[in-house]
Design a protein around this ligand. Structure first.
Ligand code: ACO
Length: 374
């Protein structure tokens, strides 16, 4: 690469900025600033190169809650050539026009909204993690803390229906800001059609309690998923998970699995939804989905008991069945529905009850049979 050419993935530097008073509560090594995207080819072209600048930095910051943006382009020299890329013009086509042009204005905004930003829609799911810097940290994500525990970082999933909120103040603009993460993290990701009113969204936030007085709850964006309901004969919908992203500082910490679980539980809770399908899943997402679905099936006592007729497996490992349930399990053991051969009518009944798409369900069943044989 010559001195005037920059790698656009390196040059684009992203930050999720918290107010100084909220940064004080961050644990050691916990930073949401200065990370890079995985892809920039939808913006800067297949080669992911920018020509014409030395030491180029595209400093794109988001307020950690509202995702209000600030763009600052820095370089030490510009080439004296007519082919210098219009980097600002190119990038700003993908973000709303009202981004902040001055750092002062942006930081003022971050400070101002730190106490007031709240998620849109309805809370459908929450979970906790030990807060960084707390005494519970290091015991791993398996430690479940009560939401009001001093040491808990709480994560919440909020559900928003476009039809109800596109015209409501704020959400359409919010979506226009967060959708950039789709281009930056999902291969072949693209913006959705805003004119389509049926979109639904689930947005994951970290909720922190400020330690200083006054105690205020603050919300910080972690990731989101867009969902689309398709008609499913005769009177239901099939909900298709279309886009799914966890921003990189939060990846590989189990948040994607929690967000997926939130969506799945939402699907189970809605009588109008027949099943959950996924559009063109990336490999990492397929892995995540398999793990979550398998975990759910393995801990599903009725399914496992009828399927394998084996009380030890059906209990999800550990629980001993007794009385009538033990007799049912023993009977099933003599004749497990998963065979061989598998009972197709039984399988289809469970597939419908569990609202899992056909291909995925049959893959899961294959995996379970393999696990059981092992
Ligand atoms: N490569 C391979 N497997 C992965 C990866 C990865 N980069 N990330 C997660 N997984 C799998 C693993 O099996 C992992 O279990 P492990 O950590 O025990 O190995 C499992 O998913 C669960 O991991 P989580 O920590 O819950 O996942 P995370 O919060 O990182 O979210 C996701 C995973 C959504 C893929 C996230 O990394 C991301 O947003 N990536 C970029 C965007 C993307 O690819 N989105 C999916 C596109 S497909 C679609 O939209 C339909």
């Amino acid at each position: 690469m010559d001195e005037w050419t920059s790698d656009s993935n390196e040059a684009l530097t992203l930050s999720l900025v918290r107010a100084p008073k909220d940064k004080e509560a961050l644990g050691e090594g916990e930073s949401y600033e200065g990370f890079h995207p995985t892809f920039t080819y939808p913006i800067f072209g297949e080669e992911e190169k920018i020509y014409g600048y030395r030491d180029l930095v595209l400093d794109l910051r988001f307020a950690s809650g509202s995702l209000k943006q600030y763009l600052n382009i820095m370089h030490s020299a510009v080439a004296s050539s007519s082919t210098v890329d219009d980097v600002q013009g190119t990038l700003t086509k993908y973000i709303p026009e009202d981004y902040y042009k001055t750092e002062e204005g942006f930081l003022g905004r971050v400070e101002e909204e730190a106490d007031s930003f709240r998620p849109f829609g309805k809370k459908i799911y929450s979970y906790t993690r030990p807060a960084p810097g707390s005494s519970s940290k290091g015991k791993g994500p398996a430690v479940a803390l009560a939401e009001d525990d001093e040491d808990a970082a709480v994560f919440e999933v909020w559900h928003v229906r476009a039809s109800a909120t596109w015209d409501a103040p704020g959400f359409k603009e919010y979506h226009r800001r967060m959708q950039l993460f789709i281009l930056l993290y999902i291969e072949a990701g693209s913006y959705i059609d805003e004119d389509e009113e049926l979109w639904e969204f689930v947005v994951l936030f970290e909720k922190r309690k400020r330690r200083s007085i006054p105690r205020v709850e603050t919300y910080h964006f972690v990731g989101y998923s867009s969902l689309y309901p398709f008609y499913c004969f005769p009177d239901k919908v099939r909900l298709r998970l279309s886009q799914f992203v966890i921003v990189s500082p939060y990846q590989r910490q189990g948040h994607g699995s929690e967000l997926y679980t939130a969506i799945y539980q939402y699907v189970l809770s809605q009588p109008s939804i027949a099943e959950l399908t996924v559009e063109d899943p990336a490999e990492a997402f397929e892995d995540l989905r398999d793990r979550c679905d398998l975990k759910m099936l393995l801990s599903h006592t009725a399914f496992m008991t009828e399927g394998f007729g084996d009380a030890s497996v059906s209990s999800g490992g550990g629980k001993v069945l007794s009385g009538r349930r033990a007799r049912v399990a023993a009977a099933a053991q003599r004749k497990g529905k998963l065979g061989p051969p598998s009972d197709k009518v039984w399988l289809e009944k469970w597939r419908r009850d569990l609202k899992i798409a056909g291909r995925q369900f049959h893959r899961l069943v294959e995996m379970l049979i393999q696990l059981h044989l092992d």
